[in-house]
Design a protein around this ligand. Structure first.
Ligand SMILES: Cc1cc2nc3c(=O)[nH]c(=O)nc-3n(C[C@H](O)[C@H](O)[C@H](O)COP(=O)(O)OP(=O)(O)OC[C@H]3O[C@@H](n4cnc5c(N)ncnc54)[C@H](O)[C@@H]3O)c2cc1C
Length: 347
């Protein structure tokens, strides 16, 4: 028996803040484009807010064929219940087959609430999404062969502490929903002038009691911009102390780069949490990544192994980081980094 359920659009949630889009919607639309083309359906962005229609052209340029626009003063600032209600109603109205969210603060709040309301399931923090067939051995046909559900979303993510890569499917309770880690999917090159259709929808929030009132928004601007850096110097437990992390800053300054760290470095208080790279930190893909005193655990590699060039400095010649490094220096970072800084400053 074969079922083909390739109807319904692919959606990417275009979360905005203060009328601005981050890179995440573009990343979702980059992957969404690939999925929609494979399925032969439209790719739509869902844009919610108040007075945000002006963002639609950016979403078309990023690959969307359509923008589902829901505007309401109650959606001006993200509040879980209002966004959940509007999103659930929109999904019921349009029946997309796939909905993907960024694993941002907003997406991590909204996606599970929507999935729970629709009882459709959700895979969080995916590192890849593909389309493929699923053989359901629990549903056998008369000839004893499994039911083949065609063109399901394969939701791929590390599981069991990153020790395996799991492929998760939801063949029946659609829409298939996933959140995707920031920085993991590649956006398409912007296509200036590309246009599409804007479909306006009622928020259906009239009469809905929203118990949260936003009184004030206090922002703390991060001084760390790992995702935007072409060169990253990252340190791990092997750096030995917070004081010694200054060595990494010296090297990063000499190269015009930024400083990142492993989770162990963060847990030991050597650097701030916003510098953490890996499965539970940021995902980076710089032109040059210099790894200093980092062993190369899978959870760390998940956030940096796609860097264009990786140089690793480690005293242990068998450290797993050398398996992904393009250049390896077996040595003490306290000796190697000052030499590098000196050489770079000499030009
Ligand atoms: C669910 C889960 C999520 C996680 N998420 C992340 C994550 O996002 N990011 C992350 O990084 N980790 C993450 N981890 C932790 C991860 O498993 C490792 O524990 C961590 O990455 C180890 O950090 P490290 O390499 O700095 O420390 P270690 O593993 O202790 O390695 C230190 C390295 O420094 C080398 N060294 C020591 N002295 C020197 C020296 N003087 N010069 C040069 N080299 C030296 C040693 O040979 C060693 O290889 C996660 C773990 C779990 C279970």
């Amino acid at each position: 028996m074969t079922t083909d359920r390739t109807k319904g659009e692919v959606w990417g949630f275009a979360g905005q803040e203060d009328g601005r889009l981050s890179d995440v919607p573009r990343e979702l639309l980059g992957k969404g484009r690939e999925l929609a083309d494979r399925l032969g359906v439209s790719l739509a962005a869902v844009l919610m807010g108040d007075g945000v229609e002006g963002l639609a052209p950016l979403l078309f340029e990023a690959g969307a064929d359509k923008v589902h626009l829901v505007e309401d003063p109650a959606l001006k600032v993200f509040r879980g219940k209002a966004y959940r209600h509007a999103m659930v109603e929109l999904i019921k109205e349009c029946s997309p087959q796939i909905v993907i969210f960024g694993a941002t603060h907003m997406g991590r709040d909204l996606a599970p609430a929507v999935a729970s309301a629709l009882r459709c399931g959700l895979t969080a923090d995916c590192t890849d999404l593909q389309i493929g067939d699923y053989a359901d051995n629990k549903k056998k046909g008369e000839d004893g062969s499994p039911t083949i559900v065609k063109n399901v979303l394969q939701q791929i993510r590390p599981a069991f502490g990153g020790n395996i890569i799991a492929t998760i499917v939801n063949p029946y309770n659609w829409p298939q929903m996933a959140t995707v880690r920031e920085g993991v999917m590649k956006p398409l090159a912007p296509q200036p002038g590309r246009t599409g259709e804007i479909v306006r929808h009622d928020s259906r929030l009239a009469g809905v009691d929203i118990p949260v009132e936003v009184v004030e928004i206090v922002r703390r601007h991060s001084t760390v911009n790992l995702k935007g850096s072409r060169i990253i110097v990252a340190g791990g437990a092997g750096v030995g102390s917070k004081e010694n992390f200054k060595l990494l800053h010296e090297l990063a300054d000499a190269l015009g780069g930024a400083v990142g760290g492993s989770r162990a470095a963060v847990d030991l208080g050597y650097c701030e949490h916003e510098r953490q790279i890996g499965q539970t930190g940021v995902t980076v893909r710089p032109a040059l990544f210099i790894s200093c005193g980092i062993s190369g655990a899978v959870q760390h590699l998940a956030g940096m192994q796609d860097s264009a060039k990786i140089i690793a400095i480690n005293t242990d010649k068998d450290a797993p980081i050398f398996k992904v490094a393009h250049y390896g220096i077996v040595g003490d970072l306290n000796v190697v980094i000052p030499k590098l800084v000196k050489a770079i400053k000499k030009g």
